[in-house]
Design a protein around this ligand. Structure first.
Ligand code: ME8
Length: 659
């Protein structure tokens, strides 16, 4: 396995707003990127928008807009959706950007110099929704496109051809001898397709304007698929350091565009002399009432769908992680799947709240009550068969689920995590810690049991981090831990991983909403396709953005002396609900400072001890009365009940300057 990982989604057409199908591919890409980062690889994830072509030109005209304005409006809707879904691409490319246009013209010239592009004439049946020619044989009854079930048009034009036929044997060899196309069913389909014989491909158009000009012949625009496919490459070309990511490790597509990605694309790359992607993975369709969810008007039939498939609306009601969990866990990657809102909620309830969350919620109170908020240690002499079984199962799940992620079977990897969480709950039930807690004589045994359950929670939360990043971090946070993803460090568990003894836990609100019948009914009503958007108890995790502050010069910034400090002790300030009094080591000869911080609603004092925080060290002292003076301020963000203090992902000496 390479130490770099590069995943791409298709770049989406900007003829409408993003829907759940786009969200699906993009969430999978994001989860893969997170998984590989967790493994310590240099990972990169690209998505973007496909903005040229007849389809966009016509849609823009129908709205009386310039194509670029129309494209920008919709590209912004895609770009704005991703953070709502917890999706964090490393780059977002638009095919109307200068970096892409220049790149496409360069690769056109490279293919032309290889003798693979020539001028001719073409007459054919064109599907505007596909932006592709169809053969008579492919059409459905009534001359309809087999993908879009809409009439095709006859186009005749002078065109440049790409010598696709020249690459037929090389493509068959690629399909047969490598895992370039996955899954197997798609590979067999593409082998059968290429075996029928490949004709040269028309790769320019003169019948419309909205595209990249063919170098040296501005009467022609580059065919939108030649243009679009090269995005995966042009997005890396501005910065030589990104060359290490080529070729893509995996390119995700649905089966509608598998031919473009597995026949045309590798042929273009062979001609351009570029290494080929390792895998193109073609997943299935998300269906809504049996039809592919789609934004092409005229599809999907009358509103047989009773629940919304609008991703922003779903996230608004359910939260990003619940939707992500469903998409990654419920949908067998590669198969078609009916998208059903009630199932999204059912999985969240049964699996996230009642299995994973429950394991955490029922265990932490023992740590608080019996062990002073510190994780107890394992007494090896008290471990028996049940503990051995848990440890062995944990190790197997860690290894097997890691391997399943590597082979695009994340739905099965998640199932294994669930199994481990279920085993943890069974262990909890059979060991009955509430009975052990009654007698001081059983304290060591109780500690051993609790330590094992916390190990299950830690291991499961870590393995779910690519799927539910916010919730996994919250679970680990309650265990007093942080997820460490950095290059060169494999943070995927190799075994059942214990929380170090004495770690100070930070219990808080339950991480997962427990849906009761009433909340569930309200949610379902809010998610009816025709219901107006309403705020629900699981309102989106996205915080309100504060208004920007006026620009300052660097010299002004440099006047703020930010230092790393280690919290030595923390206590509540009597009669002040919001305040904690901290003793913070800034490495100063004069000894630790007293800092008063308004974080008491979000942190228990003991949860802060040992934490490294960022301190404004040269702030004028502030007098809180009764002899209490604060000598500095902690950096923090978020609403006061759930704020987080700024900290670093690795340790530094107290007093280190932050700049
Ligand atoms: O094809 N189920 O863009 P597009 C699952 N611009 N995935 C779905 C889906 C569904 N119902 N509907 C869409 C294009 N998708 C071209 C791509 S790439 C160089 C150019 C996802 O907006 C899936 O990934 O029609 C599918 O392949 C893609 O969106 C099509 O997006």
């Amino acid at each position: 396995m390479r130490d770099t990982f590069y995943v791409t989604t298709p770049i989406y057409y900007v003829n409408g707003a993003p829907h759940i199908g786009h969200a699906y591919t993009t969430v999978v890409a994001d989860a893969l990127r997170r998984f590989h980062s967790l493994r310590g690889r240099r990972a990169r994830f690209l998505t973007g928008t496909d903005e040229h072509g007849l389809k966009i030109e016509r849609e823009a005209a129908a709205r009386g807009m310039k194509p670029l304005d129309f494209a920008t409006e919709n590209a912004d809707r895609f770009r704005a959706l991703w953070p709502l879904l917890g999706v964090a691409p490393d780059d977002f490319i638009r095919t109307t950007e200068a970096r892409h246009i220049a790149g496409v013209q360069k690769w056109w010239q490279t293919c032309a110099a290889r003798g693979d592009i020539y001028l001719g004439r073409y007459k054919g049946l064109y599907c505007v929704a596909c932006e592709g020619y169809k053969t008579e044989k492919e059409l459905l009854d009534g001359g309809l496109c087999p993908v879009h079930e809409r009439p095709v048009e006859t186009l005749e034009e002078e065109t440049y051809f790409f010598r696709l036929s020249k690459y037929q044997d090389a493509l068959l060899k690629l399909f047969r001898e490598t895992s370039f196309i996955q899954p197997e069913t798609r590979r067999n389909e593409m082998i059968a397709f290429v075996e029928q014989g490949l004709e040269d491909l028309s790769i320019s158009r003169t019948s419309f304007e909205w595209g990249i000009k063919v170098p040296g012949d501005p009467r022609h625009v580059v065919y939108v698929w030649f243009d679009a496919l090269f995005n995966y490459r042009t997005a890396l070309e501005a910065d030589p350091a990104l060359e290490a990511f080529w070729p893509p490790t995996v390119q995700l597509v649905a089966k509608d565009i598998v031919r473009f990605h597995t026949v045309y694309w590798p042929a273009f790359l062979m001609s351009a002399g570029l290494p080929l992607p390792e895998t193109v993975f073609s997943h299935g369709y998300l269906l809504s009432a049996g039809r592919k969810t789609s934004k092409t008007p005229g599809q999907g039939g009358p509103a047989a769908v009773s629940y919304t498939t609008n991703p922003a609306k779903l996230v608004g009601a359910l939260g990003a992680d619940v939707l992500r969990y469903y998409l990654l866990r419920d949908v067998v990657f590669g198969n078609d799947s009916e998208f059903q809102v009630p199932n999204v909620i059912a999985r969240a309830r049964a699996e996230l709240a009642e299995t994973v969350g429950n394991l955490l919620n029922r265990t932490l109170p023992f740590v608080t009550r019996v062990f002073d908020g510190r994780v107890p240690s394992v007494d090896a002499a008290l471990c028996g068969e049940r503990e051995a079984e848990l440890v062995a199962h944990g190790a197997k799940v860690a290894v097997d689920s890691g391997a399943l992620w590597e082979t695009f079977a994340h739905h099965r990897a998640i199932e294994l995590c669930l199994e481990l969480a279920r085993l943890g709950n069974q262990y909890f039930d059979t060991q009955a810690p509430w009975k052990l807690a009654k007698s001081e004589a059983d304290r060591a045994r109780l500690g051993t049991v609790i330590a094992h359950v916390l190990a299950v929670v830690r291991t499961v939360a870590t393995m779910l981090a690519p799927v539910i990043p916010v919730k996994a971090a919250a679970m680990l946070g309650q265990l007093g831990l942080q997820l460490e993803a950095r290059e060169g460090h494999d943070a995927w568990p190799a075994a059942l991983t214990f929380v170090p003894a004495d770690t100070v836990i930070a219990p808080g609100e339950p991480v997962f909403l427990k849906y009761d019948a009433k909340t569930e009914a309200e949610l379902l009503a809010a998610l009816k396709a025709d219901a107006p958007a309403v705020a629900t108890p699981a309102a989106p995790e996205a915080p309100k953005v504060d208004a920007p502050v006026a620009e300052i010069a660097f010299d002004d910034f440099a006047k703020v002396d930010l230092r790393l400090g280690t919290v030595l002790s923390a206590e509540k300030v009597p009669k002040k609900d919001m305040l904690l009094k901290l003793s913070v080591d800034l490495g100063e000869a004069a000894g630790p400072r007293t800092i008063v911080s308004g974080i008491a609603l979000a942190y228990k004092p003991e949860a802060l001890v040992g934490k490294q925080v960022v301190v404004v060290a040269n702030l004028a002292p502030r007098d809180f009365g009764k002899g209490l003076v604060s000598h500095g301020m902690l950096l923090a963000c978020g609403p006061k009940e759930s704020l987080g203090v700024a900290t670093f992902d690795r340790a530094f000496a107290p007093g280190t300057r932050v700049k």
